[in-house]
Design a protein around this ligand. Structure first.
Ligand code: AQP
Length: 332
């Protein structure tokens, strides 16, 4: 059976981008047709300035939202990365496989490193090495598929390169995974800055729809989305990125394709209104289920405990094998 792994990092409140780019397919497709593992990758949240209590809170909230979005612990494994030591164990071996040059080429490293420096913060070494930890997350489970948004494409490519390199040097150990992306809305853009991805850790929340925003706030954010000075609705990603983003979001939330939808609108106002309502409709059941699960944290904790047990059992033999393959003496 195909094995799937994917994760979400608790660096902020989860967004519509996280949902349309990744979580929705985890719930609607991947957990039904594959042996799927979904993880709150909390170690990745330590790569930038962080508040310990907030990371803990957001880790719980992300897990709760994953269940609210439809992940069913009877169908898939839901757990927290730091509860399974194998991720960090394997990461070190992969650091001994990766090169400094290939990590410095990672776009997220360049962007987030520049952002940290602009804010007068030093760049943590873990920001450079985080894609290697992500490779370990995936390879530890012999995942065949990694369902992610478009922004993670480069990191999955690195994972493939490291798996191939390790296998060639030390004998076949890892499955070489491939990334999968949704057909539309693989990169949801910020509503106020359609040149940038909608990201949960951005400073300004005006262009970001959070999964827990109430209906009125969602309407306000979508109605205020930046478009451009034109009036006709056409799908032109280069010249009209704001309109293209709304068409993508509408298509993802209501079905249909962005180009076909463009032909049915004659004004930006109507497009925004329908997009806002489509988003409200998609988020309403998630907010409702989130409130239910949030009121029963004991259940969420139990799911995470069972998930970690299962994940550990799956990862340990493979990571042990990798330790032997690379030349480390097994304990007596
Ligand atoms: N804007 C987006 N459009 C489509 N997919 C997206 N994803 C993130 N943003 C968008 C996908 O969501 C999954 C989880 O993302 P992550 O938590 O690993 O972090 P990220 O990719 O770095 O996303 P964020 O929300 O922008 O976080 P920050 O601001 O902390 O960097 C991934 O599959 C991702 O592709």
């Amino acid at each position: 059976m195909t094995r799937t792994f994917s994760g979400i990092k608790p660096t902020g409140h989860l967004t519509l981008g996280n949902y349309l780019g990744a979580m929705r397919r985890w719930a609607e497709v991947d957990q039904h047709r594959t042996d799927a593992l979904f993880c709150v990758v909390d170690l990745h949240a330590l790569t930038v300035e962080h508040d310990p209590a907030r990371v803990r809170r957001l880790t719980r909230q992300a897990a709760t939202l994953m269940l609210a979005a439809g992940l069913d612990p009877e169908l898939c494994t839901v757990f927290v990365q730091s509860h399974v030591d194998e991720h960090a164990r394997l990461s070190y071996l992969l650091e001994c496989t990766a090169t400094d040059g290939e990590l410095r080429r990672m776009i997220q490293y360049k962007e987030k490193g520049a952002r940290a420096q602009a804010e007068g913060q030093s760049v943590r070494l873990s920001l450079l090495t985080y894609p290697v930890l992500m490779a370990a997350d995936i390879l530890a489970y012999s995942a065949d598929e990694v369902p992610v948004g478009d922004d993670q494409r480069q990191h999955v490519e690195l994972t493939r390169d490291l798996a191939v390199r390790f296998n060639q040097r030390y004998g076949h150990t890892f499955t070489v995974p491939k990334a999968t992306h949704p057909p539309v809305a693989a990169r949801v853009m910020d509503l106020q800055d359609p040149g940038s991805k909608m990201g949960k850790s951005h400073a300004s929340s005006a262009g970001i729809v959070y999964l827990l925003d109430d209906a009125d706030l969602v309407r306000k954010k979508v109605m205020r989305a930046v478009t451009d000075s034109g009036t006709d609705v056409v799908l032109d990603r280069e010249e009209r990125p704001g309109v293209a983003n709304l068409l993508d979001v509408l298509a993802a939330c209501s079905g249909g394709d962005p180009a076909g939808l463009a032909a049915t609108y004659t004004s930006y106002g109507a497009l925004k209104k329908d997009t806002a309502e489509a988003v409200v409709e998609v988020l309403a059941p998630i907010r409702k289920r989130h409130a239910e699960f949030a009121a029963d944290q004991g259940y969420v904790d139990e799911v995470l405990k069972r998930g970690a047990l299962r994940a550990r059992e799956m990862a340990r033999p493979l990571v042990d094998r990798a330790y032997r393959a690379i030349g480390l003496l097994p304990p007596a």
